[in-house]
Write a protein of this length. Sequence first.
Length: 317
Amino acid sequence: MILCNCEVFIEPNNGECPIEGEAVVGVFDIPTATQPQNMVNCDLTDISVFDLTTQDTEILDTQDPLQYTVHYYSSQEDADDNMNEITGDFTSEENPQTIYARVDNNDNPNCFATTSFSLAVFITPVINTLNDITVCDTDFTTNSMDGITTLDLDIQNTAILGTQDSSLYTITYHPTQQDADDNTNAFLNTYTNTTAYTEEIFVRLENNTNTDCFSTSSFLLNVNDAPEAIDTTLIQCDEDGIPEGFTNFDLNQVFDDITGGAANRTIQFYVSLTDLENDEDELNADAFENYFDPHIIYALVTNTETGCTNIAELTLQ
């Protein structure tokens, strides 16, 4: 503020009757109101709580906060009239919502400037508690009894999303909590575990519109070994008097040979892998008459405790 002792002429008429006197005149600086960045919150609904005072520094810019004060309002009219000031935390009323800021000169609040900014709220998706996954080691081309297998992680997608719209959110899988938080080192959908038998997988579910709005969770991937299934040969004499090499076989005789004598096992026999895979035309293990010599059939071994399976070839001759 600038003060001066000035000679003042007051002319209430056309100037023919001047009045002469003295007055103290104060000149106050009009502040500036710098438009700040918009405020963005992540929340469970499109209504959220904002601390508007975090905008003070940006609005004041280089102005002295001891000389100037920032006030907030929900309309331009309220800001101009200095009415209905917002104090304390503000709960948004619509999305997006415009907020008006007024900067007052503390020595004379009639000297002020205004600006505005927006509040926006983006939905943070929710991940419900996830069940662990238990799968069987099905890597039959390598080692199906090492606790390492390959699976599609998206079998968890439905549980992760729940009733949320899959078009609005993206799911990624990660090796650590930090990776999930930072959205780094995401697994491919087809994943081979690196820790045998039990491995924790971390999940990130993020809002496609604002990827800073996300949730994380985790689940355990448990891998059960496939049961042992040993290729076996069953030799039997053709005793029907016709030397064509065909006879009835009791396939149960080689149960322990195929399973290695392990407990909690069942075997189903099929003439082809197609029948086995489609669970069609299972053979009667008590009496099967071969029609090739030798005749290769297929044994599906199941661990009745885990439900995991493996396949062996049984050669009849």
